[in-house]
Design a protein around this ligand. Structure first.
Ligand code: 3HC
Length: 318
């Protein structure tokens, strides 16, 4: 009698599925490194959505009109929702929400560098919506075709909402640029401070990017960091000029031959500082998240108790 051994799929078979543009689903076999890479990227993305609520939440109570306040409130709520979809997508890979949050709090899981800069004026809310959400969309549109099904599907809805966020940010900038000299100066000052951090959102240059080659092969990542950054620059420069804003880059120049803007060197030392926890607001952002998480413990306990009771009732009925 022979044992009935079921052969595990090989990495070659897995790669063949990826090459054929099949989506990988939670119960499918996958290489352990693919699973871990997705947990790393999706959780970094989820944390970014949630930590990103802080610089904008800072202005909800100070928005200049009731309408702006309602819009900003809706945007910040959307970001919380994006965090939820993404944490749920990460959980399908066999990690718990508690562990994901624990890694954030211990600093072993990153979040986007951009959210470690302060929002000091109302114009910063315009700049965040316009530049930061634009950069996020450029990347996330490509992630709608990422190889992992739950992540790709989360991206579709997130991109739709981010488009509204981008428009609201640009509308704030447009309004300021139609206002007084002080308002125009405030808008320009915010672009001066957010431009370079927005370019850093796309991560290191392709040659320096530790994960890009393998991630592109697995189609987790569909476009390279520099390619996405160039698309963002080409779009944002034209949008800036259309409303009279300048981009703070003396090396910025249209390159007729390439059909793209050439732009100046990014300060990678600043990027490293921010990513390693020493940006202007890293400690404040994390401390705030830890505090909110601790203060919310009773809500999680109440939900768990309610769920346990509901399950027990259901079991009794059955
Ligand atoms: N901020 C913080 N860390 C960054 C970073 C950034 N802007 N760019 C790169 N890194 C980190 C990477 O996570 C990696 O660190 P690790 O090895 O410790 O995990 C390291 O720098 C090397 O970078 P790589 O290019 O090799 O890493 P990736 O291949 O993962 O590419 C990425 C980086 C392009 C950010 C990619 O992870 C990605 O596309 N992530 C999903 C999108 C995302 O996270 N977006 C967050 C934007 S904010 C947002 O969406 C909120 C919205 O409301 C505006």
């Amino acid at each position: 009698m022979t044992d009935n051994v079921v052969a595990l799929p090989s990495e070659e078979q897995f790669q063949a599925r990826i090459d054929a543009e099949e989506k990988i689903e939670p119960k499918d076999w996958m290489p352990e490194k693919y699973r871990q890479t997705l947990i790393r990227q999706i959780s970094q993305h989820a944390h970014s959505e949630v930590i990103g609520e802080q610089p904008e939440g800072n202005w909800i109570s100070r928005a200049p009109t009731l309408e702006r306040k309602a819009i900003l409130l809706a945007k910040v709520q959307d970001e919380a929702g994006h965090g939820l979809y993404l944490y749920s997508a990460a959980e399908t890979l066999g990690i718990t929400r508690e562990e994901l949050i624990d890694r954030l709090h211990k600093g072993t899981s990153k979040y986007a560098s951009i959210f470690n800069y302060p929002s000091i004026t109302w114009a910063d809310i315009g700049a965040i919506g316009w530049l930061v959400d634009s950069a996020a969309i450029v990347n996330q549109v490509s992630l709608q075709n990422t190889s992992y099904g739950p992540y790709a599907r989360a991206m579709v809805r997130i991109c739709k909402e981010e488009s509204f966020h981008q428009r609201q940010g640009y509308h704030i900038m447009m309004t300021l640029m139609e206002g007084s000299d002080e308002q125009k100066a405030m808008a320009q000052d915010s672009v001066n401070r957010w431009w370079w951090p927005a370019l850093m959102m796309f991560g290191p240059h392709d040659g320096e990017s530790a994960h890009s080659a393998q991630n592109m092969k697995w189609k987790i990542k569909r476009r390279a960091n520099d390619d996405l950054r160039q698309q963002f620059v080409d779009q944002a420069v034209q949008q800036a000029h259309a409303i009279g804003l300048e981009v703070p880059d003396p090396d910025l120049k249209w390159n007729e031959e390439r059909g793209h803007y050439d732009f100046g060197a990014i300060d990678w030392a600043e990027f490293e500082r921010v990513v390693s926890g020493n940006g202007p607001c890293n400690r404040q952002r994390l401390a705030h998240h830890v505090k909110a998480h601790e203060e919310g413990a009773w809500v999680r306990e109440a939900m768990a108790a309610y769920d346990a009771k509901r399950r027990a009732r259901k079991a009794n009925v059955a």
